[in-house]
Design a protein. Structure first.
Length: 66
């Protein structure tokens, strides 16, 4: 952002509920690692907005047909 002389401001958000690279799903707030590792588990739907889950599943069908 500095190199681009961007007017955007960056803010950090403290991670809550789970840790970076945590493998297990933790309800409605899960790490990206746990979501990737559990994408075929129906429980993952509770960890992200439904439209995101549906989009990911559609993309998986395209790149990895059954």
């Amino acid at each position: 952002m500095l190199k681009l002389n961007s007017k955007l401001k960056a803010y950090t958000i403290k991670r809550i509920v789970n840790n970076y690279n945590q493998d297990n799903l933790t309800g409605n707030i899960s790490s990206a690692t746990s979501i990737r590792k559990n994408i075929n588990n129906q429980e993952v739907v509770n960890s992200m907005p439904k439209f995101c889950y549906e989009t990911i599943k559609e993309e998986i069908k395209i790149i990895m047909p059954p």
